[in-house]
Design a protein around this ligand. Structure first.
Ligand SMILES: NC(=O)c1ccc[n+]([C@@H]2O[C@H](COP(=O)([O-])OP(=O)(O)OC[C@H]3O[C@@H](n4cnc5c(N)ncnc54)[C@H](O)[C@@H]3O)[C@@H](O)[C@H]2O)c1
Ligand SMILES: [Zn+2]
Length: 390
């Protein structure tokens, strides 16, 4: 049986106008995400979070609330506070962890804003990884029906993915990221110095999302990653800035073309339907999101190859790059096919009962797809069968 909806390939030729980039000084880069009146700059480079001049143009009033967590605040809050010392500056420090990304904990931000009598011209600053960024963004989207916020992402994943694009929200007991809003930041400051304190596992998890951009629409970037993976793992600043810039450019292009995910933005979910099943199946927190997405992208490559769309040699390249990035390439042995199918069916990307996956015609050529052969999907999910290219 084949599903009805045809595959929709991406259109890379329409993307070039969405962002403009400038190179400032020796290492800093700036991208502009073009969304009309919601457009904003994305600054990438070392030493950015302590620069008052980067915040100032984006703060309308006098009141600034920095939101961070127990791990990141001791490392970086002082630098941000000193850059913002001209303002009425307040702070909220949240507990650290995905399990605290809830409405209940979100309320602490509203409590602080109301207790300090913050008005509609206030600005929130999200200092942390994707959890802090998503929660702060949602608080900004809903406080007094919407106030400004600035993203200061401190994980690689947040710098290349969650801080850009305006998806904000919290988890519900019945589903991840199920309560949320689209709300774009006024600017993003991706300070690469913060990555020095990130542990190796979190760095690799962020690299999974970087590899994703190469697989979706940029074969040249994938080849660059093959050349530069060791420097990236060694946190070489130039290499990091380049990888983050190229990733953000890809994300910004996709978001500019499809801000509310009615079409093309779905490509950013490459590896994610498989990956979310692994995250849930293994229990949240046991596999990092990026680790699950890495294995998920290998599974998407395997299914694409079984369909005859992707060359076996390309699957081998994808597996080899994940291994070098210290990322998993196989589904967990504990999970079987029926568990995968159940979990994938409830993923929010399942459409009108039919499963929609992001598959590949080649490296750099992802497509939204419902007309894959379920028999071949069953083979991809069968732990007894080796994946293509292994
Ligand atoms: N909004 C979006 O478009 C989008 C996209 C992708 C992911 N997300 C969300 O992002 C979250 C995952 O983000 P994440 O991977 O950044 O996880 P995270 O925010 O939990 O950060 C990972 C860990 O690193 C710590 N940390 C952060 N910065 C650090 C630093 N510089 N040095 C040392 N430790 C540091 C954090 O405290 C945490 O313990 C998920 O909730 C996911 O749903 C959102
Ligand atoms: Zn992701």
């Amino acid at each position: 049986m084949l599903f009805a909806l045809p595959c929709r390939p991406g259109k890379p030729e329409t993307l070039a106008s969405a962002t403009v980039s400038f190179i400032l000084g020796n290492m800093e880069k700036v991208l502009h995400l073009d969304l009309g009146e919601r457009s904003y700059p994305i600054h990438i480079g070392p030493g950015l979070m302590s620069r008052a001049d980067l915040y100032r143009p984006h703060i309308r009033g006098r009141q600034v609330m920095v939101v961070s967590n127990e791990t990141v605040a001791p490392l970086y809050l002082e630098a941000v506070r000193s850059a913002l010392s001209d303002y009425q500056l307040e702070q909220v420090i949240l507990p650290d962890g995905e399990e605290f990304k809830t409405l209940e904990i979100l309320n602490r931000i509203f409590d602080a804003l109301l207790e300090k009598r913050f008005n509609r011209n206030c600005c929130l600053v999200a200092l942390g990884g994707g959890v802090v960024g998503d929660m702060t963004g949602f608080a900004a989207a809903s406080y007094q029906r919407g106030v400004d916020f600035i993203q200061v992402p401190t994980t690689l994943l947040a710098q290349v993915d969650s801080s850009v694009g305006g998806k904000t929200g919290v988890n519900h007991a019945l589903g991840k990221n199920m309560i949320g809003a689209f709300h774009q930041p006024r600017c993003v400051l991706a300070d690469t110095d913060t990555l020095d304190t990130l542990d190796d596992r979190q760095l690799s998890a962020g690299i999974a999302e970087v590899v994703k951009y190469g697989l979706i629409q940029d074969a040249g970037f994938f080849a660059w990653l093959e050349q530069n993976m060791d420097k990236l793992l060694a946190r070489d600043t130039d290499t990091l800035v380049y990888a983050i810039e190229r990733s953000c450019r890809c994300k910004a292009d996709v978001v500019a073309a499809d801000e509310r995910e009615s079409g093309r933005r779905a490509l950013l979910n490459l590896g994610h339907t498989f990956g979310h099943a692994i995250e849930t199946g293994m229990g949240y927190g046991n596999w990092l999101h990026g680790e699950a997405v890495a294995a998920g992208m290998v599974m998407a490559a395997d299914l694409s190859a079984r369909q005859g769309w992707l060359a076996n040699a390309d699957v081998k390249r994808i597996r080899a790059l994940m291994i070098r990035a210290k990322l998993p390439i196989d589904a967990p042995a504990e999970m079987n096919r029926s568990q995968f199918m159940d979990l994938m069916a409830v993923d929010k990307k399942a459409l009108d009962g039919g499963l929609r996956l992001i598959l590949m015609d080649g490296i750099g050529q992802a497509k939204v797809c419902s007309d894959f052969d379920p028999e071949l999907l069953a083979q991809t999910l069968d732990p007894a069968l080796p994946l293509t290219g292994s």
